[in-house]
Design a protein around this ligand. Structure first.
Ligand code: NAP
Ligand code: F7E
Length: 321
């Protein structure tokens, strides 16, 4: 089996590549051209995979890539994925996260409609939530240009499934984290901050809204759900979530507590990290995935927080030696 992964240098792409390699897949990774290559998350597997340059903005580069390698499965994980950036670069976010999905689907339609497709949709589509918990039938009300673009990506995936009978799947994934999470996202910002404070490298951590609630899971569990969707006879839409919700403050408390520190002595709030429109509460209902995909979690909230703090402590301790 051959799989194409866009966004292979990102958090999810790297975990998905690890898992598919273990299953014996041949992996083609799509990377965009950059003057400095940063393959930190896939350095450990780079000799086992094939990296090819193409870009979500360039239709022909995607068609050529799919035509040359004829993958059986395409996982479209590439995106501008940081919500605050989407207010500063709304047009580019739309190009990548909305129209980019159409470019991927058009390439599949042109080359081979039998190729199975996974689209990385997001709980940010629920935004100002219309019900709690959120499931596949909950109406969308996105609160950022990122969320709006992802709604387009979701519906164009559904549309190519219905119009051309393509095995096109939309995974509506709630927040998922890991030691490979980008440093700007709140979980990693916290665990990296905790490690720096514990090692005496910093004495403060500036955050935005501590009251926001998220349904946080482990990225390794979530990439397994992506693969499971593409193994089903029928394509579909699936919410992937833990079903639990916790505030940013809960995460902070647990992370500092893990290294015996009282967060109230270190955390300050900074209006620069507050968003123009917030998503206050996310909590997913993954019953369909558990039933149809037999998908299960292996890491709970507390284990996730501790895993991330320990990994940052180890990384920083090695770096300062
Ligand atoms: P990430 O770490 O930010 O990775 C994003 C990836 O997209 C990187 O490999 C990046 O490449 C690539 N990329 C961005 N623009 C591109 C372009 N124009 N052409 C080609 N590649 C491009 O994101 P992630 O957390 O792994 O998330 C993976 C996907 O799931 C994203 O679509 C995200 O929106 C979605 N999602 C994430 C979560 C979550 O909680 N993590 C939840 C729901 C949905 P560079 O290395 O070159 O920047
Ligand atoms: O923010 C609050 C912030 O940036 C979570 C992406 O993977 O998940 C992610 O989007 C919450 C928000 O993730 C800071 O206001 C407080 O309420 O970690 P985040 P996100 O915006 O939920 C979804 C599912 C995706 O699809 C996205 O691609 O934390 N918060 N203080 C802060 N957030 C950040 N980043 N920094 C702070 O200092």
């Amino acid at each position: 089996m051959r799989a194409l992964i866009t966004g292979i240098t990102g958090q999810d792409g790297s975990y998905l590549a690890d898992m598919l390699l273990e299953k014996g897949y041949e992996i083609i990774g799509m990377v965009r051209r950059s003057s400095t290559e940063s393959f930190e998350r896939i350095n450990h597997i780079k000799d086992a995979i094939t990296l090819i340059q193409a870009d979500l903005l360039d239709q022909l580069s995607i068609v050529n890539l799919i035509e040359e390698f004829r993958p059986a499965e395409v996982y479209n994980l590439a995106a501008q994925s940081f919500v605050p950036t989407s207010w500063n670069q709304p047009v580019l976010t739309g190009e990548f996260d909305a129209i980019g999905v159409t470019r991927m689907l058009e390439a599949i339609k042109l080359v081979d409609k039998k190729i199975r497709f996974y689209q990385a949709s997001s709980s940010e589509m629920f935004g100002k939530v219309q019900e709690v918990p959120q499931s596949e039938t909950t109406p969308f009300h996105p609160r950022s240009p990122y969320g709006v673009a992802k709604v387009y990506g979701h519906w164009i995936t559904v549309n190519y499934r219905e119009s051309y009978n393509i095995h096109a799947n939309s995974g509506i994934l709630f927040n998922h984290e890991s030691p490979r999470r980008g440093l700007e996202f709140v979980t990693r910002k916290i665990t990296h901050g905790v490690a720096r404070i514990k090692l005496g490298l910093a004495d403060q951590l500036a955050l935005g809204n501590l009251d926001a609630k998220r349904d946080w899971g482990f990225a390794g569990d979530y990439v397994r759900a992506m693969w499971l969707m593409l193994q089903q006879d029928k394509p579909g839409d699936y919410v992937i979530a833990t079903g639990e919700t916790h505030s940013v403050e809960d995460f902070v408390k647990l992370a500092f507590g893990h290294v015996d520190l009282d967060y109230r002595q270190y955390v300050v709030t900074d209006p620069r990290f507050v968003r123009p429109a917030e998503v206050d509460l996310l909590q997913g209902d993954a019953s369909r995935a558990r039933k149809n995909l037999k998908w299960e979690l292996t890491v709970d909230f507390e284990q996730l927080v501790k895993m991330m703090v320990d990994a940052d402590l180890e990384r920083l301790a090695t770096a300062v030696k």
